[in-house]
Design a protein around this ligand. Structure first.
Ligand code: AHR
Length: 515
């Protein structure tokens, strides 16, 4: 095996390294074993929360804001570009308060309810099953429906599945036809509750396991592809939850979820753009802490399911800051800086490593909530730095994973977790390799000497790249201003006899294309 030279200098625990960094990275193309990075790792989440749906995805057909049958056009176009593979809906906590019959039929007759989880805002149900599933078809993404276990009955859930997916002449399927949709929708992903340990019913894992077993009996398969049934999973490090569900539900579930958010213990006023060095590195450490956390969940799953029949999915992840001043605290509207982009890039590189077990991840949330791709204000829209990471990383969707060997120590920062000096992930599709490289240091450049198995014999290799970075890690894209953070062509690399020397600026993410 090729010897990897580690030139990263100066081990510092609890502070940043104080010297230039340089690391050799080798891509083992020849060791790629056909593992495909499922595109669902790049999944999204949309909840009836704040302005995610209303004002974000949906403005209604009568709005002055340009729309396509009620879907906000600027947002729709931006999401279409991202090639979203899967979109989760209607929650989140909202899902366990949601009664699907409220959201079908003539809009003016739909009941108005209070959104009890999220600020008591009035929910008029104008965006319901048809509006969501038609949107998924337009975006060419798979819907992931979160069913109501907490306050809904097994009968209600059974009928929802029938309404969406049955092609029979039953009364329920006919009701769908009467509401304007002849053919069933293609719904595969179905969640049996959400956060059942909390807003989804405050259950113990033993009790939830029995509830899961009961509800899934009645969520029947009407389509050729059977429903992929997702169990509500642990919050962060609640390994006992995963263990109990593996023991008591086992192969009755297609997947079990885990939720993992990254916030910061103390920093500025807690809003997205107000942080010091501690706030920067501490949250990156929390984000990178998802790796040992997932490893532990997977180790438990391996014990009960060595053949990997049950998948692990991270159906909520991302940053969680204090809301922007002047906004409703229940609406979770936050800005999105270069720090958020770093969290996204580091997390995606981690997910890509473990796709033999992890088959989906859904960042929270797609528009206007938490670590959003897109923010809107009236008729204005901005693309966040996180959007650009998802855009740059699209190339990894459904590509073959290529192991990358490098030594990322010494660590850059540690508090409760570690931030590596470098994060690299690579894939190959149609003969083209893509490498995503993250330099988390906000002060130091990092030179990466990149090579791969066929580097020396390869003639006429073309390497191009895209970079995302910022003059200041606090920068964000704001309404009415030209974007401060947007991907640019990356040119700071040159070939020598050993490999490609890539000069990563501070706090930067580069995606290289090698063909
Ligand atoms: O994403 C916001 C909320 O976070 C979701 O509704 C809930 O599932 C989680 O606690």
């Amino acid at each position: 095996m090729k010897k990897i030279i580690v030139l990263a200098i100066a081990l510092t625990v609890g502070s940043v390294v104080s010297a230039q960094m340089k690391t050799a990275v080798h891509l083992h193309e020849n060791q790629a074993d056909g593992t495909i990075i499922p595109k669902e790792i790049y999944g999204q989440f949309s909840e009836h929360l704040g302005s995610c749906i209303y004002g974000g995805l949906w403005v209604g057909p009568d709005s002055d804001i340009p729309n396509i049958n009620g879907y906000r056009k600027d947002v729709f176009d931006a999401l279409k570009r991202l090639q979203i593979p899967v979109l989760r809906w209607p929650g989140g906590c909202f899902a366990d308060d949601y009664h699907w019959m409220d959201g079908i039929g003539p809009m003016e007759k739909r009941p108005k309810i209070s959104n009890n989880n999220w600020g008591g805002t009035m929910e008029d149900n104008s965006f319901g099953t048809h509006e969501f599933l038609n949107l998924c078809e337009m975006l060419e993404c798979q819907p992931y429906i979160s069913g109501n276990v907490g306050s809904g009955t097994a009968e209600e859930m059974a009928k929802w599945v029938e309404y969406m997916t049955s092609d029979s002449k039953s009364t329920v399927a006919d009701m769908r036809r009467a509401n304007g949709r002849e053919k069933p929708w293609n719904v595969k992903y179905f969640g049996i509750g959400n956060e059942a340990w909390g807003c989804g019913g405050n259950m113990r894992p033993e009790y939830y396991s029995d509830v899961f077993r009961r509800y899934t009996v009645y969520t029947r398969n009407f389509l050729e592809t059977p429903l992929y049934k997702i169990a509500s999973g642990a919050c962060d490090y609640d390994y006992a939850w995963t263990e109990t569900c593996m023991k008591m539900i086992g192969g009755r579930m297609s997947a079990i979820a885990v939720h993992y958010y990254s916030g910061v213990e103390r920093s500025g006023d807690g809003t997205a753009a107000s942080f010091d060095d501690y706030g920067y590195y501490n949250v990156l450490a929390k984000a990178c802490g998802i790796e040992p956390c997932l490893l532990r969940h997977m180790e438990i799953m391996d014990r009960y399911d060595p053949d990997r029949n049950v998948d692990l999915i991270v159906d909520e992840w991302g940053t969680w800051w204090s809301v922007e001043p002047g906004t409703n605290p229940g609406h979770l509207f936050q800005q999105n800086t270069m720090r958020d982009a770093m969290v996204a890039a580091l997390s995606l590189n981690i997910f890509q490593k473990y796709t033999k077990r992890i088959k989906m991840a859904n960042i929270a949330q797609v528009v206007n909530v938490l670590q959003a791709m897109i923010l809107t204000k009236g008729n204005q829209m901005v693309l966040t730095p996180t959007y650009h990471i998802f855009d740059m990383y699209r190339v990894h969707q459904d590509a073959e994973y290529i192991p990358a060997e490098y030594e990322s120590e010494p660590i850059l920062w540690t508090s409760k977790g570690n931030v590596p000096t470098l994060s690299v992930s690579a894939s190959r599709k149609d003969g083209v390799m893509h490498v995503s490289i993250v330099n988390p240091s906000k002060d130091k450049t990092h030179t990466v000497l990149l090579d791969w198995d066929s580097f020396k014999s390869a003639k006429n290799v073309k390497v191009s790249g895209v970079i995302l970075n910022a003059a200041d890690v606090h920068d964000f894209n704001d309404f009415g201003q030209s974007p401060k953070i947007a991907p640019e062509e990356f040119k700071d690399m040159r070939r020598n006899s050993e490999g490609i020397e890539v000069k990563m600026p501070q706090a930067s993410v580069v995606v290289l294309e090698i063909k």
